[in-house]
Ligand binder design. Sequence first.
Ligand code: MLT
Length: 394
Amino acid sequence: MIRLNENYQNLKDSYLFYNIAQKTKEYLEENPGKKLYRMGIGDVSLPLASAVCTALHTAVDDQSKKESFHGYMPECGAPSLRQTIADYYKKRNVKLSPEEVFVSSGASDELGDILDLFSKESTALIMEPAYPAYVDANIMAGRKIIHLPSGEANGFLPGPSAELDADLIYICSPNNPTGAVFTKEQLKEWVDFANERGAIIIFDAAYEAFIEENLPHSIFEIEGARSCAIEICSLSKTAGFTGTRVGYTVIPKDLERGGQNVNAMWVRNRTTKTNGVSYILQRGGAAVFTPEGQEQIHRNIAIYKNNAKVLMKVLDELGITYFGGKNAPYIWMKCPNGMGSWEFFDLLLREIQVVGTPGEGFGACGEGYFRFSTFGDPEDTKEAARRIKELLSK
Ligand code: MLT
């Protein structure tokens, strides 16, 4: 009989966002017709930018004519889009060659797939609270995980220390779920630590476009990162591609371990395991980086940032401690009156029909906290904020 991957037995029964979806579905079955104010999963609510839609339509038309039709795309991405993304990094003074950029179908797929590159015996260091897919993907692969807790004392931005025995280091900045952002100095400590140990950093930059202060958007702004880091990014949150799926991964050509070149390994992996992102989607993705596309996506980001302001104002008025919201699309608040995070989830759902994400779902040290996504509809966010204020002022 075939043996299945027994590591799956070490996973929680179901994934965090699936759990939340089930709980809200049950609530709606018990309370038909109730309107929910959804600020749980970080899923965008605004439509794609018109520059993107025009490019997608044009690309569909291209596919309808023999002379402009495209079959399989280059597995690592269209050379023009790889160049466009490399150029995007220039504004941060990061020099990349197009061959160091890989077009992907989004960050979550890539965060799972990239683990193919590392030995099962390597140890993964995950700073918590953390996006739960980091943990689950490593459990599925049977990898040992070091959970590095963070908290209010270090602003949810833990630093390295000599006793951390890590080979693979996850850094998400701006952070999901806490919204905290590492400074250049803090990232430099991690880069030095990784280079000294021969470890590799997986830098999740999915929320870089939300940074408004003078903070690093890319790990490659840090000296020494080319020899120890991979960056995974996505257009999902930046440009509303959660349902469209385009992202990119940066692997410097200098990144080597044990005589193996990581960039070359990823080329080998992609050319074997994918047929590339479709022509149509790559054309849509390329439109994000045009001046018109940039202007339009930043208009949408400003709307989400206004949602954050609406929520932060209410939390300020209530005197509730929170993190994030300024340089990130998430607000990480302390549950009131010492409540547990699932208890608070139930209270908000049942009393005011607001859906958020319990902090415990991001790791044990997230217990007692609660995350709001600011990607919701602006009118719904205003109403949710009003309801939160009314409920918690009682
Ligand atoms: C989240 O809500 O944490 C994210 O949206 C989930 C994701 O990007 O997959």
